[in-house]
Design a protein around this ligand. Structure first.
Ligand code: PMP
Length: 407
Protein backbone atom coordinates (compact mmCIF):
# COMPACT_ATOMS: atom_id res chain seq x y z
CA UNK A 1 0.00 0.00 0.00
CA UNK A 2 1.32 3.49 -0.86
CA UNK A 3 1.69 5.76 2.11
CA UNK A 4 0.80 9.44 1.94
CA UNK A 5 3.56 11.95 1.34
CA UNK A 6 2.45 13.61 4.59
CA UNK A 7 3.44 10.64 6.75
CA UNK A 8 6.52 9.44 4.88
CA UNK A 9 8.71 12.17 6.38
CA UNK A 10 7.53 11.77 9.99
CA UNK A 11 10.42 10.32 12.02
CA UNK A 12 9.98 7.84 14.87
CA UNK A 13 10.11 9.34 18.31
CA UNK A 14 13.83 9.04 19.18
CA UNK A 15 13.06 8.86 22.91
CA UNK A 16 10.89 5.79 22.43
CA UNK A 17 13.48 4.10 20.18
CA UNK A 18 16.31 4.58 22.66
CA UNK A 19 14.21 3.34 25.50
CA UNK A 20 13.53 0.14 23.55
CA UNK A 21 17.26 -0.38 22.91
CA UNK A 22 18.13 0.25 26.57
CA UNK A 23 15.48 -2.27 27.68
CA UNK A 24 16.78 -4.87 25.20
CA UNK A 25 20.36 -4.48 26.55
CA UNK A 26 19.12 -4.74 30.15
CA UNK A 27 17.29 -7.94 29.22
CA UNK A 28 20.59 -9.34 27.90
CA UNK A 29 21.96 -8.83 31.42
CA UNK A 30 23.90 -5.57 30.92
CA UNK A 31 23.75 -2.99 33.74
CA UNK A 32 21.95 -0.02 32.19
CA UNK A 33 21.48 3.42 33.69
CA UNK A 34 18.45 4.77 31.92
CA UNK A 35 18.68 8.56 31.87
CA UNK A 36 16.37 8.91 28.88
CA UNK A 37 13.05 9.05 30.78
CA UNK A 38 10.67 11.95 30.30
CA UNK A 39 8.40 11.16 33.22
CA UNK A 40 8.44 10.88 37.01
CA UNK A 41 8.93 7.24 38.10
CA UNK A 42 6.38 7.54 40.93
CA UNK A 43 2.65 7.03 41.42
CA UNK A 44 0.40 10.10 41.53
CA UNK A 45 -0.93 11.56 44.73
CA UNK A 46 -3.01 8.88 46.62
CA UNK A 47 -5.84 11.39 46.95
CA UNK A 48 -6.06 11.72 43.14
CA UNK A 49 -5.94 7.92 42.71
CA UNK A 50 -8.77 7.75 45.27
CA UNK A 51 -10.86 10.15 43.14
CA UNK A 52 -10.35 7.88 40.13
CA UNK A 53 -11.47 4.86 42.21
CA UNK A 54 -14.56 6.75 43.28
CA UNK A 55 -15.51 7.59 39.68
CA UNK A 56 -15.45 3.92 38.69
CA UNK A 57 -19.00 3.58 40.04
CA UNK A 58 -20.65 6.12 37.74
CA UNK A 59 -22.03 5.45 34.29
CA UNK A 60 -21.17 8.96 33.08
CA UNK A 61 -17.47 8.36 33.78
CA UNK A 62 -17.47 5.84 30.92
CA UNK A 63 -19.50 7.83 28.40
CA UNK A 64 -18.70 10.58 25.90
CA UNK A 65 -18.31 14.04 27.33
CA UNK A 66 -18.88 17.28 25.36
CA UNK A 67 -16.11 17.52 22.77
CA UNK A 68 -14.20 20.29 24.62
CA UNK A 69 -14.52 18.48 27.96
CA UNK A 70 -16.89 18.78 30.96
CA UNK A 71 -17.96 22.43 31.38
CA UNK A 72 -17.45 22.35 35.18
CA UNK A 73 -13.84 21.23 34.81
CA UNK A 74 -13.15 23.75 32.03
CA UNK A 75 -14.36 26.53 34.34
CA UNK A 76 -12.37 25.18 37.27
CA UNK A 77 -9.13 25.06 35.24
CA UNK A 78 -9.66 28.53 33.82
CA UNK A 79 -10.20 29.89 37.34
CA UNK A 80 -7.19 27.98 38.68
CA UNK A 81 -5.11 29.53 35.89
CA UNK A 82 -6.01 33.17 36.51
CA UNK A 83 -5.81 32.77 40.27
CA UNK A 84 -2.39 31.10 40.29
CA UNK A 85 -1.01 33.55 37.73
CA UNK A 86 -2.55 36.49 39.63
CA UNK A 87 -4.52 37.78 36.66
CA UNK A 88 -7.85 39.59 37.01
CA UNK A 89 -10.89 37.32 36.61
CA UNK A 90 -12.58 39.92 34.32
CA UNK A 91 -9.66 39.65 31.92
CA UNK A 92 -10.36 36.00 31.20
CA UNK A 93 -13.88 35.07 32.21
CA UNK A 94 -15.64 36.68 29.28
CA UNK A 95 -13.21 36.35 26.38
CA UNK A 96 -11.26 33.19 27.31
CA UNK A 97 -12.12 29.53 27.56
CA UNK A 98 -10.52 26.18 28.33
CA UNK A 99 -10.55 22.97 26.28
CA UNK A 100 -9.37 19.59 27.52
CA UNK A 101 -7.62 17.14 25.22
CA UNK A 102 -6.00 13.70 25.36
CA UNK A 103 -2.67 14.93 26.73
CA UNK A 104 -1.07 18.31 26.11
CA UNK A 105 0.73 16.98 23.02
CA UNK A 106 -2.73 16.78 21.53
CA UNK A 107 -3.56 20.27 22.85
CA UNK A 108 -0.50 21.76 21.11
CA UNK A 109 -1.31 19.93 17.90
CA UNK A 110 -4.85 21.34 17.84
CA UNK A 111 -3.73 24.83 18.87
CA UNK A 112 -1.31 24.88 15.93
CA UNK A 113 -4.08 23.60 13.66
CA UNK A 114 -6.31 26.44 14.84
CA UNK A 115 -3.85 29.24 14.02
CA UNK A 116 -1.52 28.09 11.21
CA UNK A 117 -2.06 28.32 7.48
CA UNK A 118 0.25 26.49 5.05
CA UNK A 119 3.40 28.56 4.56
CA UNK A 120 3.17 30.34 7.92
CA UNK A 121 6.35 30.43 9.98
CA UNK A 122 6.45 29.34 13.59
CA UNK A 123 9.44 30.41 15.70
CA UNK A 124 11.00 27.77 17.94
CA UNK A 125 13.62 28.54 20.56
CA UNK A 126 16.33 25.87 20.55
CA UNK A 127 16.60 23.71 22.47
CA UNK A 128 12.93 22.88 21.92
CA UNK A 129 10.72 19.91 22.63
CA UNK A 130 11.18 17.33 19.84
CA UNK A 131 7.56 17.17 18.74
CA UNK A 132 7.05 20.88 17.91
CA UNK A 133 8.69 20.85 14.43
CA UNK A 134 6.79 17.75 13.30
CA UNK A 135 3.46 19.15 14.48
CA UNK A 136 4.12 22.48 12.74
CA UNK A 137 5.03 20.70 9.49
CA UNK A 138 1.97 18.48 9.71
CA UNK A 139 -0.23 21.61 9.43
CA UNK A 140 1.90 22.96 6.55
CA UNK A 141 3.80 25.46 8.70
CA UNK A 142 7.54 26.14 8.59
CA UNK A 143 9.68 26.03 11.76
CA UNK A 144 12.11 28.97 12.12
CA UNK A 145 14.72 28.24 14.78
CA UNK A 146 16.46 30.66 17.15
CA UNK A 147 19.61 29.15 18.65
CA UNK A 148 21.18 29.38 22.11
CA UNK A 149 24.26 27.92 23.81
CA UNK A 150 25.54 26.42 27.04
CA UNK A 151 27.20 29.71 28.14
CA UNK A 152 23.75 31.30 28.34
CA UNK A 153 22.31 28.17 30.02
CA UNK A 154 20.48 27.56 26.72
CA UNK A 155 18.35 30.69 27.02
CA UNK A 156 17.98 32.39 23.60
CA UNK A 157 18.45 36.13 23.22
CA UNK A 158 15.37 38.28 22.49
CA UNK A 159 17.43 40.16 19.86
CA UNK A 160 17.85 36.89 17.98
CA UNK A 161 14.07 36.39 18.02
CA UNK A 162 13.63 39.88 16.63
CA UNK A 163 16.13 39.10 13.85
CA UNK A 164 14.26 35.99 12.69
CA UNK A 165 10.84 37.71 12.48
CA UNK A 166 9.54 37.87 8.88
CA UNK A 167 6.26 38.92 7.25
CA UNK A 168 5.29 35.22 7.27
CA UNK A 169 5.84 34.73 11.02
CA UNK A 170 2.54 33.76 12.60
CA UNK A 171 3.41 32.18 15.90
CA UNK A 172 6.16 31.53 18.46
CA UNK A 173 6.27 28.64 20.90
CA UNK A 174 7.92 29.21 24.25
CA UNK A 175 8.45 26.43 26.76
CA UNK A 176 9.52 27.55 30.22
CA UNK A 177 10.48 25.46 32.22
CA UNK A 178 12.15 23.90 29.25
CA UNK A 179 12.44 20.37 27.99
CA UNK A 180 15.34 19.53 27.36
CA UNK A 181 17.49 22.21 29.06
CA UNK A 182 15.87 22.01 32.53
CA UNK A 183 15.88 25.79 33.00
CA UNK A 184 13.12 28.37 33.14
CA UNK A 185 13.53 31.79 31.59
CA UNK A 186 14.21 34.56 34.11
CA UNK A 187 11.90 37.43 35.08
CA UNK A 188 14.21 39.78 33.18
CA UNK A 189 13.86 37.61 30.06
CA UNK A 190 10.07 37.50 30.37
CA UNK A 191 9.91 41.29 30.79
CA UNK A 192 12.08 41.79 27.72
CA UNK A 193 9.93 39.31 25.80
CA UNK A 194 6.81 41.25 26.88
CA UNK A 195 8.37 44.47 25.55
CA UNK A 196 9.25 42.71 22.28
CA UNK A 197 5.64 41.46 21.89
CA UNK A 198 4.31 45.03 22.12
CA UNK A 199 5.84 45.54 18.66
CA UNK A 200 4.07 42.45 17.28
CA UNK A 201 0.42 42.44 18.38
CA UNK A 202 -0.51 39.85 15.73
CA UNK A 203 2.12 37.33 16.78
CA UNK A 204 0.46 34.34 18.49
CA UNK A 205 2.39 32.97 21.47
CA UNK A 206 1.92 29.36 22.47
CA UNK A 207 3.20 29.14 26.04
CA UNK A 208 3.83 25.50 26.92
CA UNK A 209 3.68 25.49 30.72
CA UNK A 210 3.45 21.75 31.40
CA UNK A 211 6.43 21.90 33.81
CA UNK A 212 5.52 25.21 35.49
CA UNK A 213 5.11 23.70 38.97
CA UNK A 214 8.36 21.74 38.83
CA UNK A 215 11.05 24.24 39.70
CA UNK A 216 13.61 23.82 42.45
CA UNK A 217 15.53 27.10 42.33
CA UNK A 218 14.05 30.50 43.20
CA UNK A 219 12.78 32.72 41.72
CA UNK A 220 10.02 30.48 40.40
CA UNK A 221 8.90 30.56 36.77
CA UNK A 222 6.93 33.61 35.75
CA UNK A 223 5.38 34.55 32.42
CA UNK A 224 5.47 37.59 30.12
CA UNK A 225 1.69 38.21 30.37
CA UNK A 226 2.07 38.66 34.16
CA UNK A 227 4.16 41.77 33.44
CA UNK A 228 1.74 43.19 30.87
CA UNK A 229 -1.72 41.71 31.28
CA UNK A 230 -2.94 42.86 27.86
CA UNK A 231 -0.55 40.33 26.24
CA UNK A 232 -2.74 37.46 27.40
CA UNK A 233 -4.98 38.30 24.41
CA UNK A 234 -2.38 36.99 21.97
CA UNK A 235 -1.50 33.94 24.08
CA UNK A 236 -2.47 30.26 24.10
CA UNK A 237 -1.52 28.45 27.31
CA UNK A 238 -0.85 24.71 27.48
CA UNK A 239 -1.11 22.72 30.72
CA UNK A 240 -1.33 19.03 31.69
CA UNK A 241 -1.44 16.50 34.51
CA UNK A 242 1.33 14.42 32.92
CA UNK A 243 4.31 15.94 34.69
CA UNK A 244 2.91 17.72 37.74
CA UNK A 245 0.66 14.83 38.77
CA UNK A 246 3.01 12.08 37.51
CA UNK A 247 0.25 10.83 35.19
CA UNK A 248 1.66 10.64 31.67
CA UNK A 249 -0.39 7.56 30.80
CA UNK A 250 -3.74 9.04 31.80
CA UNK A 251 -3.60 11.44 28.82
CA UNK A 252 -5.14 14.67 29.95
CA UNK A 253 -3.98 18.12 28.97
CA UNK A 254 -5.73 21.44 28.47
CA UNK A 255 -5.52 24.75 26.67
CA UNK A 256 -6.49 28.18 27.90
CA UNK A 257 -6.98 30.55 25.01
CA UNK A 258 -9.25 33.21 23.50
CA UNK A 259 -12.71 31.74 22.87
CA UNK A 260 -12.33 31.81 19.07
CA UNK A 261 -9.25 29.57 19.32
CA UNK A 262 -10.92 27.20 21.78
CA UNK A 263 -13.98 26.93 19.48
CA UNK A 264 -11.75 26.09 16.50
CA UNK A 265 -9.85 23.48 18.53
CA UNK A 266 -13.14 22.02 19.70
CA UNK A 267 -14.24 21.57 16.08
CA UNK A 268 -10.97 19.74 15.23
CA UNK A 269 -11.40 17.60 18.34
CA UNK A 270 -15.06 16.84 17.66
CA UNK A 271 -14.14 15.47 14.25
CA UNK A 272 -11.11 13.49 15.41
CA UNK A 273 -11.07 12.07 18.94
CA UNK A 274 -14.62 13.15 19.94
CA UNK A 275 -13.28 14.40 23.22
CA UNK A 276 -10.94 13.69 26.12
CA UNK A 277 -10.98 10.86 28.65
CA UNK A 278 -14.18 11.16 30.74
CA UNK A 279 -13.08 9.14 33.76
CA UNK A 280 -9.95 11.16 34.47
CA UNK A 281 -11.74 14.46 33.89
CA UNK A 282 -14.36 13.59 36.44
CA UNK A 283 -11.68 12.57 38.94
CA UNK A 284 -9.89 15.88 38.34
CA UNK A 285 -13.12 17.79 38.82
CA UNK A 286 -13.32 16.48 42.42
CA UNK A 287 -9.61 16.92 43.14
CA UNK A 288 -8.13 19.88 45.04
CA UNK A 289 -5.46 21.22 42.67
CA UNK A 290 -3.68 23.06 45.49
CA UNK A 291 -2.43 19.67 46.76
CA UNK A 292 -0.12 19.32 43.76
CA UNK A 293 2.32 21.71 45.39
CA UNK A 294 2.92 19.55 48.48
CA UNK A 295 3.03 16.40 46.32
CA UNK A 296 5.91 17.98 44.41
CA UNK A 297 8.02 18.97 47.47
CA UNK A 298 9.95 15.65 47.68
CA UNK A 299 10.17 15.54 43.88
CA UNK A 300 11.80 18.99 43.78
CA UNK A 301 14.18 18.05 46.62
CA UNK A 302 15.22 14.92 44.79
CA UNK A 303 15.88 16.69 41.49
CA UNK A 304 17.74 19.52 43.27
CA UNK A 305 19.97 16.95 44.93
CA UNK A 306 20.75 15.23 41.61
CA UNK A 307 21.41 18.66 40.07
CA UNK A 308 23.96 19.29 42.86
CA UNK A 309 25.63 15.96 42.00
CA UNK A 310 25.97 17.17 38.42
CA UNK A 311 27.65 20.39 39.57
CA UNK A 312 30.11 18.54 41.81
CA UNK A 313 30.99 15.88 39.25
CA UNK A 314 31.48 18.40 36.44
CA UNK A 315 33.73 20.54 38.67
CA UNK A 316 35.72 17.55 39.96
CA UNK A 317 36.14 16.44 36.34
CA UNK A 318 37.46 19.89 35.25
CA UNK A 319 34.44 20.33 33.03
CA UNK A 320 32.95 23.36 34.80
CA UNK A 321 32.82 25.22 31.47
CA UNK A 322 30.25 22.66 30.21
CA UNK A 323 28.05 22.99 33.29
CA UNK A 324 25.18 25.41 33.90
CA UNK A 325 22.72 25.64 36.78
CA UNK A 326 19.55 23.76 35.89
CA UNK A 327 16.53 25.12 37.76
CA UNK A 328 13.37 23.31 36.75
CA UNK A 329 11.63 20.42 34.96
CA UNK A 330 13.85 17.33 35.34
CA UNK A 331 16.47 17.51 32.63
CA UNK A 332 20.02 18.66 31.86
CA UNK A 333 21.65 19.06 28.46
CA UNK A 334 25.27 17.94 28.09
CA UNK A 335 27.25 19.86 25.48
CA UNK A 336 29.89 17.43 24.13
CA UNK A 337 31.51 19.90 21.76
CA UNK A 338 33.67 21.46 24.50
CA UNK A 339 34.82 18.24 26.13
CA UNK A 340 38.04 16.26 25.42
CA UNK A 341 36.15 13.32 23.83
CA UNK A 342 34.97 15.57 21.00
CA UNK A 343 38.53 15.61 19.60
CA UNK A 344 37.63 12.26 17.96
CA UNK A 345 34.90 13.93 15.86
CA UNK A 346 34.95 16.55 13.06
CA UNK A 347 34.09 19.88 14.52
CA UNK A 348 32.47 21.24 11.36
CA UNK A 349 29.74 23.84 11.84
CA UNK A 350 26.35 22.21 11.30
CA UNK A 351 27.58 18.59 11.63
CA UNK A 352 25.91 16.53 14.32
CA UNK A 353 27.37 13.50 16.11
CA UNK A 354 24.84 13.21 18.90
CA UNK A 355 23.38 9.89 17.69
CA UNK A 356 26.83 8.30 17.46
CA UNK A 357 27.76 9.65 20.90
CA UNK A 358 24.50 8.41 22.46
CA UNK A 359 25.18 5.00 20.90
CA UNK A 360 28.72 4.92 22.33
CA UNK A 361 27.47 5.96 25.77
CA UNK A 362 24.94 3.13 25.72
CA UNK A 363 27.29 0.41 24.47
CA UNK A 364 30.51 1.46 26.23
CA UNK A 365 29.17 2.80 29.53
CA UNK A 366 25.64 1.39 29.75
CA UNK A 367 24.12 4.90 29.89
CA UNK A 368 20.96 5.70 27.93
CA UNK A 369 20.63 9.39 26.99
CA UNK A 370 18.61 11.22 24.32
CA UNK A 371 20.68 12.73 21.46
CA UNK A 372 20.25 16.51 21.21
CA UNK A 373 19.90 16.69 17.42
CA UNK A 374 16.09 16.45 17.51
CA UNK A 375 15.92 19.14 20.19
CA UNK A 376 17.63 21.48 17.72
CA UNK A 377 20.95 21.22 19.61
CA UNK A 378 23.60 19.28 17.68
CA UNK A 379 26.34 17.51 19.65
CA UNK A 380 24.45 17.51 22.92
CA UNK A 381 22.38 14.94 24.80
CA UNK A 382 19.55 15.22 27.28
CA UNK A 383 19.80 13.39 30.56
CA UNK A 384 16.96 13.00 33.01
CA UNK A 385 17.45 13.78 36.72
CA UNK A 386 14.67 11.57 38.06
CA UNK A 387 16.50 8.32 38.89
CA UNK A 388 17.55 7.40 42.44
CA UNK A 389 20.53 9.30 43.88
CA UNK A 390 23.10 6.47 44.09
CA UNK A 391 22.60 5.13 40.54
CA UNK A 392 22.50 8.76 39.36
CA UNK A 393 25.90 9.43 40.97
CA UNK A 394 27.31 6.25 39.40
CA UNK A 395 25.91 7.20 36.00
CA UNK A 396 27.38 10.72 36.12
CA UNK A 397 30.79 9.35 37.18
CA UNK A 398 30.73 7.13 34.10
CA UNK A 399 29.64 10.02 31.86
CA UNK A 400 32.48 12.23 33.14
CA UNK A 401 34.93 9.39 32.48
CA UNK A 402 33.54 9.06 28.94
CA UNK A 403 33.82 12.83 28.36
CA UNK A 404 37.59 12.51 28.97
CA UNK A 405 38.07 9.54 26.61
CA UNK A 406 40.23 10.70 23.73
CA UNK A 407 40.70 7.37 21.95
N1 PMP B 1 5.27 19.76 26.27
C1 PMP B 1 6.49 19.40 26.70
C2 PMP B 1 7.54 20.45 26.81
C3 PMP B 1 6.76 18.07 27.03
O1 PMP B 1 7.97 17.73 27.47
C4 PMP B 1 5.75 17.11 26.89
C5 PMP B 1 5.97 15.64 27.19
N2 PMP B 1 7.22 15.18 27.16
C6 PMP B 1 4.49 17.53 26.45
C7 PMP B 1 4.28 18.88 26.14
C8 PMP B 1 3.35 16.57 26.24
O2 PMP B 1 2.93 15.96 27.40
P1 PMP B 1 1.56 15.17 27.50
O3 PMP B 1 1.03 14.95 26.13
O4 PMP B 1 1.89 13.90 28.20
O5 PMP B 1 0.64 16.06 28.30
Amino acid sequence: MHLSSRVIGIPDSITMKLNERAIALAEEGKVIYNLSGGQLPIKPLPEFVEKIHHQLNFLKSYQYCPSAGFPGLRKKLLKHFYETRELAAELLETSFDCILSNGSKHSIYEALGAVIDPGDEVILLAPFWVSYPEMIKFWGGIPAVVKSNVFDAFVPAIDDIRKIMSPRTKCIIINSPNNPSGVHYSEAWMKEFAAFLKDYPNLVVISDEVYSEISYFDPKPSYFYQYDHSLINQTIIIRAISKTLASTGLRLGWTIAPKTVVDAMSRIQGQTTSGPNSLIQRALMDFDLSHIDSFLVPVRNHIRSNAATLREKFREGNLGHCWYQSTSAFYFLIDFSRTPMFGRFDNVEGDDHSYKIADELLHQEGIAVVPGHDFGMPNTARISLVIEEIPFQEAITKIIRYLHKVS
